[in-house]
Design a binder for this molecule. Structure first.
Ligand SMILES: Cc1cc2nc3c(=O)[nH]c(=O)nc-3n(C[C@H](O)[C@H](O)[C@H](O)COP(=O)(O)OP(=O)(O)OC[C@H]3O[C@@H](n4cnc5c(N)ncnc54)[C@H](O)[C@@H]3O)c2cc1C
Length: 287
């Protein structure tokens, strides 16, 4: 219950943070809100010798519109996502998802950057980022690069980040006005991680689905982009048969483990159920 000893560093800029991470190497970890990392350290599942606290780096905060994209600083808290008027208007799925994470106490300090960089398949934002086609701005000692969220997750707690790299911002293409969006999360109780969850973004034209994207949370070692399921929905009026077929396609790629949220077969089935519900709700919300 008490973490191992560590040295604490508090850089003031991205440049200094990157320099520290490069110098300290694999013994160092960025610290954001600490609501995944500190519990892991208390359980001794993580024992970094150095914590590089990003809280003093003001450049990592804020939400801005950049052409057709919204760019969100990695240290923007989940609470700030909920409170932001631009996001509520242009990307309502972020607010809906953030409201389903933990409880206000966690959301006041837990950050979007920490949630997407953590690599825990139970985190809710990664599947939403796959669904939205987001990319992550990354800084490291060799400079800056962008990684598509769909290429970022390699396994449980394994991501495409190289040692010493950190996520500085999340870039999200704004879906067309009138799009429908939904995040459906099955959890045992308020504040719990997902037994299974599904994110859907779609547009309708003439009563038929014109575009559709689906992401799945906590039903595999990584978040999943359910491309085949979304393709089934496109061109249809989302009639009952199509929704059932798309849900089955989502289930087919789910490979959850049995855990205290239920046996694997149940969680796999729930991936389909959440997909069907999210498709229906996204359609109902589209203009
Ligand atoms: C009781 C409880 C319930 C929770 N329930 C949920 C839930 O339902 N859904 C959910 O999604 N989350 C849940 N969480 C986790 C919470 O959302 C965390 O805040 C989030 O996962 C991590 O964000 P953080 O800012 O706290 O990151 P930290 O804990 O500080 O960091 C997490 C990991 O990411 C790394 N990291 C952080 N920032 C960066 C960066 N900018 N670049 C590179 N690496 C970085 C750290 O080194 C660490 O390895 C819960 C947490 C608690 C305590």
């Amino acid at each position: 219950m008490i973490p191992g000893a560590f040295a604490y560093h508090r850089p003031k800029s991205v440049k200094d943070a990157v320099a520290l991470l490069a110098e300290l190497g694999e013994d160092a970890r960025p610290l954001a809100g600490g609501h995944s990392l500190i519990p892991m350290m208390k359980l001794r599942l993580a024992a970094p010798a150095h914590l590089v606290d990003l809280a003093g780096v003001s450049d990592l905060r804020g939400i801005r519109v950049d052409g057709g994209d919204i760019v969100i600083g990695a240290m923007t808290t989940q609470h700030e996502l909920i409170a932001d008027a631009t996001l509520a208007a242009k990307l309502p799925i972020l607010r809906e998802t953030a409201l389903l994470i933990a409880d206000p106490q966690v959301r006041y300090v837990g950050t979007l950057g920490g949630n997407v960089a953590n690599g825990d398949p139970g985190n809710d934002m990664p599947a939403v980022m796959l669904c939205l086609g987001a990319s992550y701005h990354v800084a490291g000692k060799s400079g800056e690069r962008k990684i598509a969220a769909r290429d970022f997750y390699e396994g449980a707690y394994m991501t495409a980040l190289e040692p010493g790299e950190m996520v500085t911002a999340i870039r999200i293409p704004v879906p067309p006005a009138g799009h429908g969006a939904a995040y459906e999360k099955l959890k045992r109780k308020v504040g719990d991680y997902a037994t299974a969850a599904a994110a859907v973004i779609l547009t309708m034209s003439g009563g038929r689905v014109a575009t559709c994207s689906i992401g799945l949370t906590n039903v595999a070692e990584t978040p999943l982009w359910a491309e085949a399921a979304a393709k089934i929905a496109v061109g249809s009026a989302l009639d009952a048969v199509t929704v059932k077929t798309a849900a089955a396609a989502a289930e087919a790629i789910a490979a959850p483990a049995s855990d205290n949220r239920g046996p694997a077969a149940y969680r796999k089935k729930m991936a389909g159920v959440m997909t069907a519900r999210a498709l229906a709700r996204a359609k109902a919300r589209s203009a």
